[in-house]
Design a protein around this ligand. Structure first.
Ligand code: AMP
Ligand code: FE
Ligand code: FE
Ligand code: ZN
Length: 278
């Protein structure tokens, strides 16, 4: 069976593999295709696309953007997007500005406590990356406030903790519209991560279908066969295609491996063929 992975991050966002390293790793893992889905940027996807041929891996350009729904930050994956489409660049520029605003406020809070961190310093330490909480957590580790990025989140950066500040998410319609207008196909990412009840999940799914969603990420790192079956059933009821990916972040989420997730993930090539037909 030809295996693929439709959800992976690079150093362009909060992954630890460069785009080139990721494509090389996908080849080493024997994957037929890999989608680069960085948060709020397609820069890594563009770089990776040029390397697919060299490594014999099909590279699908993608993106992961967050949108607001009843106070939740819902993650939307966009596949086959044209990163240069004005509809996409305009929206991403706004998102990056909003992130910068939030980052500088978090940095102020940290500096007030004597943490040595600055926007310029982070930009030098993580060149070309969309800076967010994972990078701020790394700064906390480097300042000795915690032992790991994971601990940085649980002690300081998760919702309700000292250095957590919300960022303004895109309206749902805007997120779907920019994917559609840039020629992409939108997929509902990791539906069980929001910890919604069934009724709420069904309502959200209906809403996403209304605004242009074509697929649901039913196969995901850590989802049991039962959970994936449950999601497949919902996807079927709403006419969505089934997709899957690991959400690989390199050592930043060390338990998750490319292609195989936490060990038992397996996404067949036919998933990509079906997504392409949508
Ligand atoms: P932000 O978009 O700046 O709010 O940061 C959220 C990102 O941080 C998510 O997309 C995750 O990839 C990452 N993240 C969330 N929780 C953790 C954690 N406990 N450890 C490492 N990364 C995390
Ligand atoms: Fe991430
Ligand atoms: Fe996500
Ligand atoms: Zn992701």
């Amino acid at each position: 069976m030809k295996l693929i992975d439709l959800h992976a991050h690079t150093t362009a966002s909060d992954g630890t593999f460069t785009p080139a390293e990721l494509v090389e790793y996908a080849a080493k893992k024997g994957l037929a295709a890999v989608a680069i889905t960085d948060h709020d940027t397609a820069a890594g996807a563009v770089q990776a696309s040029e390397l697919g041929e060299k490594y014999g891996v099909e590279v699908v350009p993608g993106i992961e953007i967050s949108a607001e729904y009843l106070g939740y930050g819902i993650h939307i994956l966009g596949y086959f997007i044209d990163p240069a489409a004005p509809a996409m660049t305009r929206v991403l520029d706004w998102v990056i500005q909003e992130r910068k605003r939030r980052n500088s406020q978090i940095i102020e809070l940290m500096r007030a406590d004597g943490v040595e961190v600055s926007a310029v310093g982070l930009a030098e330490r993580f060149p070309g990356a969309v800076i967010g909480r994972p990078h701020l957590a790394a700064a906390l580790v480097e300042n000795g406030l915690c032992g790991s990025v994971q601990e940085g989140f649980s002690r300081y950066l998760n919702v309700g903790k000292k250095y957590y500040l919300p960022r303004t998410y895109l309206p749902l319609e805007t997120a779907f519209e920019c994917i559609r207008l840039s020629g992409g196909k939108a997929v509902f990412a990791h539906p069980l991560q929001y910890r919604m009840g069934e009724r709420e999940l069904l309502t959200l799914t209906g809403r996403l279908v209304d605004v242009g969603c074509v697929g649901m990420e039913c196969l995901y790192s850590g989802y049991t066969a039962g959970q994936s079956g449950y999601l497949r059933d919902i996807a079927g009821r709403f006419g969505l295609c089934v997709t899957g990916g690991s959400d690989f972040h390199g050592s930043r989420k060390a338990r998750i491996d490319l292609g195989s997730g936490m060990g038992d993930l397996a996404v067949g090539y036919e998933v990509l063929e079906e997504l392409r037909r949508r």
